[in-house]
Design a protein around this ligand. Structure first.
Ligand SMILES: [Zn+2]
Length: 332
């Protein structure tokens, strides 16, 4: 069994970096305006990325020409750069400008296929350039969004244990008590430091960065992502089919954590406090009560249709009344 590991990480000011090779850059317009004067590279080509679909990424693979590939920005830009660099067999540099996801640490690219999210093998960055001061200056609405993917241990791990107790875990995904204990320690540290992270201090950003690294490495050691990806993510994948506008992944996951932890009969209030301290908006604009009700009521059919790992979502019969009372409970 081959166990992947975290990419090499360089923590330094972007201004200290320079690269004379011709680069293919994947970013967004807003991010490029922010970093272009700080980063001494030669962008032979620059692509602004707006969606995570396989046809778009394949299009970029056909267009891209350069010696090295850069992904600069949040999850979408970096995930796209990973896919293109893997297909062109080029060196890849990731420059996260916001801790909105853990995409800069992982070796797969999330894409939407037939109404669900699937992970395509791509590649880890050859080097991740991390400028903590830049991360502190990211827009508040997305600055700590990746923390939702750490907080989702609260519901993901509950689901993993539930599947174990009901005999539904496949033989290669059995619960391991040490992994659960380490997962709990990561979760506990996020909750403890949520205020500092939410305030966007250098110390807070460093903690969040470290927790994302620890979580990704723990998932690699387990060989799957069950400890951080459970019914709260399945809720998000389904809800996205009802949305008319883009919403931040962490905001949607935050909402999913609150709803699913209530449906798991967990004490959900500490998670709500944590999300508020992190300044993650679990009431994303564009998500209506009707969309949430439809998602919850259809969730059990959705997870079966897409053959997602076993969680409470498969077994709990969520009626319209239960959906409404759960929404009222956690969103008031
Ligand atoms: Zn996620």
């Amino acid at each position: 069994m081959k166990i992947p590991s975290l990419p090499e990480i360089e923590r330094q000011s972007l201004r200290k970096w320079n690269d004379k090779r011709s680069a293919v850059v994947f970013t967004t317009e807003q991010v490029w305006d922010l970093v272009k004067d700080q980063l001494d590279i030669f962008p032979h080509q620059k692509f602004y990325v707006a969606e995570a679909t396989k046809p778009t990424m394949d299009h970029f693979v056909n267009q891209a020409e350069g010696e090295v590939v850069y992904g600069i920005g949040g999850g979408l830009a970096i995930d796209t750069a990973k896919y293109v660099a893997a297909h062109l067999k080029k060196s890849l540099f990731a420059v996260p400008t916001v801790l909105s996801t853990d995409a800069f640490l992982t070796d797969a690219t999330g894409v939407r296929i037939n109404g669900c999210v699937r992970y395509l093998a791509s590649k880890s960055p050859d080097l991740v350039l991390v400028d903590i001061d830049l991360l502190c200056r990211a827009p508040i609405v997305m600055r700590t969004n990746g923390a939702a993917d750490v907080l989702s241990i609260a519901t993901g791990m509950w689901d993993w244990q539930y599947a174990q107790d009901t005999g539904k875990n496949p033989s290669n995904q059995m619960i391991e008590s040490h992994a659960v204990e380490i997962g709990n320690a990561i979760l506990k540290n996020l909750i403890k430091n949520a205020k500092e992270i939410g305030n966007g201090t250098a110390a807070g950003m460093k903690v969040l960065f470290d927790l994302l690294c620890l979580e990704v490495q723990l998932c690699y050691l387990c060989g799957h992502s069950r400890l951080e990806e459970g019914s709260e993510h399945h809720f998000v994948y389904s809800l996205e089919n009802f949305l008319n506008e883009h919403a931040l992944h962490g905001d949607l996951v935050g909402l999913g954590i609150l709803l699913m932890s209530a449906l798991q009969d967990q004490e959900w209030q500490p998670y709500q406090t944590t999300l508020e301290q992190l300044r993650i908006n679990y009431r994303p604009p564009g998500v209506t009560e009707k969309m949430i009700i439809n998602t919850l009521v259809g969730l059990s059919a959705y997870v079966k249709e897409h053959q997602l790992p076993h969680t409470i979502a498969a077994d709990r019969n969520i009626t319209t009344d239960l959906a409404i009372s759960t929404i009222e409970e956690v969103l008031g």
